[in-house]
Design a protein. Structure first.
Length: 696
């Protein structure tokens, strides 16, 4: 590594990169350059070792791609074959080679969230259980897996009756169905890799020797299973470098265990600890405000973040009458900033605690003609037409994939209805076969009516032909599926356009790699770039940053959320607010409302208790009524009569058209107003003679 590269780093970053060997814990504050540190450490280690001898893992495809791109630039070499990616993608690489040791075929399918939910609903229906609980059931099973609790173990610990026993039976049935379908869900990718290593010491030794160093990003988000996997691989050389921030652990509901980062020193007592406390993202006021909030959490490693960017703008908290006024205020501020040419629309993000808060925000952004995008909505790859085609690909690669078969056996319609599929299901259960194998078995016998037999034969012949044909890449196979099934003839123009785009994305891709990549895609990989304001839940905002950030709904019952009762739950809510605050680089605006519609009722709200922890010299608290805005410390009577031309007001001039008021001063005949006309520029006008019309 050149001295020039090291010269760009601060002393703590250099220490982290140059650490020779043994365990290393890097406590990286928000915006402290942790991605730079981990990629530079990878590059530094690659000077002495082969890049493929380093396992580097993180949590999102986006973060993994950024890490790989940066390391490639530093090393000036292609790193496509190196072991750098998400936990799940690296476990897939291992299992594709070694899963035969566990009785699975190497062509196993990977079930994404939609596939898992479909299977859970099928099982609940089969067991005559309340089908509407399917999302909660899957989440509970996922938590059990993240803690490495198997179905048999959970059943043995259940009370023998009630919900836990029923859940244990669903869990057991779910695992049986996965095995029968030669399929794995996301949690299985970790669980089975651990099982592989525990039951086959030679395989474990092979990978322990292969990975001379282990680098872990976002270590605070690891669950029990992921941490165990890391410890197993690091056992021996103990060259593990974990980078994380306990203050940004916000995924407890997904199984993330904060104790992993807090107990690293216990598991690796010889570990070196380095703190990265210089923030390159936020201004000092933002750091002081967010630091005041997070400092009240007791279970944390103390960090004092600082920056050389200066104090910056004071943080503002607007307390408004209603959620409508809150949304209107946010939209007007964004519009005003934009018309002043201070920021582009892509520089803004509005964060909130729950998805339902976006509705009123969207209404007012639309009324102000502000372009926006809700991140975390239906992604391209979750659209029906794309999921249908992916199901064909999965079934072609793995005939035992029951979820994919159920999805496309009559898509597009080919006359195979529910009664036929039910007969196949019964035969499969009786013989212990996958659905596709059950169809083949039925076709060899005499138990089918002629019409039913003809339709099932046509389906199996179609799948056999698609499998037998040679395809140069994933795009070629998709085209073959579309042509052979006449799928596009049964869909509309919009869906057809999406399919064409899908084909472009598959061009030049290996079929198996392409299918794996689609299954491992995450909603957290949404693109937040472009000429639009980003609307995002606080949980989805982690890893992002924007020049201007609004956090809406800073009220009791929303933040902290009303379901957070225990000290640990309240501490996580505090960390969630801290993460949201530290997404802002230059301007942070907090808002709350006295009245808000929550769960179909209008509720009286109180400001969040977290506001009490904000340093008063770093934050301006503004209460807004219908007609005026006053600072809390100043009596309302001391304020002048409000002008109709307050900042942000839309006005119409007879010659220059519609503009936005930037400033107004003076009273009566002396009143003057500054207006920004988008097509003309900024004009200073005497209100008495300007003949302005106020627009509502």
């Amino acid at each position: 590594m050149s001295k020039n590269i090291l010269s760009e780093l601060n002393p703590q970053q250099k220490d982290a990169i140059l650490h020779c060997g043994g365990p290393l814990l890097i406590l990286a504050g928000a915006g402290s350059g942790k991605t730079k540190v981990i990629t530079h450490r990878f590059a530094h280690l690659s000077k002495k070792n082969q890049p493929c001898s380093i396992l580097a893992v993180t949590f999102t495809n986006k973060a993994a791609s950024e890490m790989k791109e940066r390391a490639s630039l530093i090393l000036e070499k292609d790193l496509k074959q190196c072991w750098m990616g998400t936990f799940h993608s690296q476990c897939v690489r291992i299992l594709r080679k070694e899963i035969g040791n566990l009785g699975y075929s190497q062509d196993f399918s990977i079930y994404d969230d939609d596939d898992q939910l479909s299977l859970i609903r099928h099982i609940l229906k089969e067991l005559n259980l309340y089908e509407a609980l399917y999302k909660g059931v899957l989440q509970k099973i996922s938590c059990l897996k993240s803690c490495l609790i198997k179905p048999e173990e959970f059943l043995s610990k259940s009370d023998g009756f009630g919900f836990e026993e029923r859940l244990a039976k669903v869990y057991m049935r779910y695992q049986d169905e996965l095995k029968k379908s030669n399929a794995l869900d996301f949690d299985d990718l970790i669980m089975l890799t651990i099982k592989l290593f525990e039951e086959h010491p030679k395989v474990l030794k092979k990978y322990q020797q292969m990975f001379e160093h282990i680098l872990v990003d976002e270590f605070q988000d690891t669950n029990a299973a992921q941490y165990k996997l890391l410890k197993i691989l690091a056992d021996g050389h103990r060259n593990i470098c974990a980078v994380g921030d306990d203050d940004q652990s916000i995924y407890r509901f997904r199984g993330a265990d904060l104790n992993n980062i807090l107990s690293f020193e216990r598991d690796f007592p010889e570990a070196k600890i380095i703190k990265l406390e210089q923030s390159y993202r936020c201004t000092q006021n933002i750091l002081d405000v967010s630091g005041g909030v997070i400092s009240k959490n007791l279970k944390r490693r103390h960090k004092s973040l600082w920056t050389d960017k200066g104090s910056g703008e004071s943080v503002c908290y607007f307390w408004l009458n209603s959620e409508e006024e809150e949304a209107r205020q946010i939209a007007k501020i964004i519009r005003e900033f934009y018309l002043k040419n201070t920021y582009g629309y892509g520089d803004f993000a509005v964060l909130y605690r729950i998805n339902t808060q976006s509705r009123v925000l969207e209404d007012h952004l639309q009324s102000e003609a502000v372009p926006y995008k809700v991140l975390g909505g239906i992604s391209f790859y979750q659209r029906k037409e794309i999921k249908d085609i992916v199901a064909y690909l999965k079934l072609i690669l793995n005939r035992d994939d029951n979820v994919s078969l159920r999805r496309i056996i009559n898509c597009p319609p080919r006359g195979i209805g529910a009664s036929t599929l039910s007969k196949v299901e019964q035969h499969a259960k009786k013989k212990g076969l996958s659905l596709y194998a059950a169809i083949k078995s039925l076709l060899r016998g005499n138990g089918l009516m002629a019409a039913m037999k003809e339709k099932l034969e046509a389906f199996t012949e179609l799948m056999d032909k698609l499998t037998e044909r040679r395809h140069k890449d994933a795009a070629d196979l998709i085209k073959d599926v579309l042509e052979s099934t006449a799928y596009e003839e049964a869909t509309d123009d919009d869906r057809t356009e999406n399919i064409r785009e899908f084909i472009v994305s598959a061009t030049g891709k290996d079929i198996k790699d392409f299918a794996d990549g689609l299954s491992l895609a995450s909603s957290t990989d949404d693109d937040c770039k472009g000429g639009h304001v980003s609307l995002i839940t606080l949980h989805s905002a982690k890893g992002l940053e924007f020049p201007v950030v609004f956090i809406a709904g800073l009220e009791e019952g929303l933040l902290p959320y009303f379901k957070a009762k225990t000290p640990d739950e309240l501490a996580e809510e505090r960390r969630l607010l801290y993460v949201g605050m530290t997404r802002a680089r230059e301007v942070l605006i907090l808002t709350g409302a006295r009245r808000r519609r929550l769960f179909e009722k209008i509720k009286e709200q109180k400001p969040s208790r977290f506001l009490q922890d904000i340093p008063k010299n770093s934050c301006v608290i503004i209460e807004k009524t219908v007609s005026s805005a006053v600072r809390r410390e100043e009596p309302a009577a001391a304020q002048p009569m409000p002008s109709p031309y307050v900042t942000g007001t839309r006005v119409k001039h007879p010659k220059w058209g519609v503009g936005i008021v930037r400033d107004c001063h003076g009273e009566g005949d002396e009143a003057k107003v500054t207006v920004n006309f988008p097509n003309i520029g900024v004009k200073k006008l005497n209100v008495k003679f300007a003949n302005l019309e106020t627009l509502r």
